[in-house]
Design a protein around this ligand. Structure first.
Ligand SMILES: [Zn+2]
Ligand SMILES: [Zn+2]
Length: 383
């Protein structure tokens, strides 16, 4: 989506292997590869002799065509004046990718040309790489490419109907700058051409092969979404539907999101001492304990509540006559006016010796009856 080189390079080095990657490219019609191309840079198109635009576009067309490669031709038949076929140039096709692989690549490359809510939700400061090539009413997938210092720019993209590749650059290999056209004009050319050739065509969407299935995935972990947990990410629903080749759906549940009970008084993780009415359930992030701040850090599971603890709570009698706990720890400010205990409401139990609540003129504890039915003194109330 964001055209991050390190991901392509690591994939080639650690999963595909450069040798196999080069073999795939050759099987998809790239004829200019040599042994010195078996390097990590090959993942980015860093090649000894490069590629031709025709071969590159043909390779993408194989992905667009569900993994079936068709050698590019410029005519299909030559007939004589009687209609007899002199030369049949109908191209042969061959499978170069599994249809599931081709579709997953298409789905990935569709993400780079569309804009959507997910980017805003992630707080991303960058847009998907190729929005400029987006066709408004047609499914579109594609990939941009740029050589060092913007000497060359490519965009190869396709729809359910057509594949087109545009190269931009200068014959004398000078850099592209804002003076000589910038670095995105090729996407505008691509869009202009494709808009015209698709006039009047409806969008059938990219065909999802039977070899592909879907699963509900958590965007943060890449693992199976936990119902009602990953969807309650504080930044918005982190659950989305992802495609997988059958048999490759993740089996582990998300380990980035946790449901936690938070104390609304302290903002800490609720403990057994936090009163029921202060406890709320919400989704938090599990973050590594490495001191490195990330976008998730502010949503990390907080430390336990320190306002309510066994030492800092006091058992009181609620007006309804049941036992409960109320904040009495350091920094607690009693409700205004409650310090002047009337002795009849039972609310005086908020008041502690030595504390003066706002509005109270007597800076001492008043040992008036505190509970319904109590006849005097702060004696423990027994329901
Ligand atoms: Zn999750
Ligand atoms: Zn608490």
């Amino acid at each position: 989506m964001y055209s991050m080189n390190v991901i392509a390079s690591r994939c080639l080095m650690e999963t595909v292997t450069p040798q196999l990657g080069i073999e795939y490219a050759e099987n998809m019609g790239i004829s200019t590869l040599v042994s010195s191309d078996i390097t990590p840079a090959a993942a980015l198109g860093g090649l000894t002799y490069g590629v031709t635009n025709l071969e590159l576009t043909s390779a993408f067309a194989a992905i667009a065509n569900g993994g079936m490669y068709t050698e590019p031709v410029f005519f299909t038949r030559i007939l004589d004046h009687n209609g007899k076929i002199l030369i049949d140039n109908t191209p042969e096709t061959r499978r170069v990718l599994k249809d599931s692989t081709a579709f997953l690549l298409t789905d990935s490359m569709a993400d780079s040309v569309v804009s959507g809510k997910i980017y805003a939700r992630e707080g991303a400061s960058v847009s998907p790489t190729s929005i400029a090539a987006n066709l408004p009413n047609m499914s579109t997938a594609g990939k941009s490419g740029t050589t060092t210092a913007n000497n060359d720019i490519w965009f190869v993209g396709y729809t359910p109907y057509y594949t087109a590749g545009i190269w931009g650059g200068c014959d004398n290999n000078q850099k592209l700058t804002s003076v000589n056209g910038g670095t995105s004009f090729h996407k505008r050319i691509w869009r202009s051409i494709m808009t015209r050739v698709h006039e009047g065509l409806s969008d059938p969407g990219f065909t999802v092969p039977d070899s592909v299935e879907t699963a509900q995935i958590c965007r943060k972990s890449g693992k199976l979404a936990i119902p009602d947990v990953c969807s309650a990410d504080p930044r918005g629903d982190a659950v989305y539907t992802e495609y997988f080749a059958k048999g490759t759906v993740p089996t582990e549940m998300c380990d980035h999101h946790v449901r936690a009970t938070i104390c609304t008084v302290s903002g800490g993780a609720a403990t057994e001492f936090c009163p029921e009415e202060t406890r709320v359930s919400q989704t938090c992030m599990t973050v590594p304990d490495d001191g490195i701040s990330t976008d998730d850090s502010v949503f990390a599971l907080p430390a336990p509540c320190t306002v309510h603890s066994s030492a800092g709570t006091s058992t009181i009698i609620n007006p309804n006559g049941t036992f409960g706990t109320t904040p009495m720890g350091p920094g607690y400010i009693p409700p205004a006016g409650n310090g002047a205990d009337s002795g009849t409401s039972g609310q005086g139990s908020y008041y502690t010796p030595g504390q003066l609540s706002p509005g109270n003129s007597t800076n001492q504890y008043s040992p008036t009856p505190l509970s319904p039915g109590s006849t005097g003194g702060p004696t423990p109330y027994t329901p």
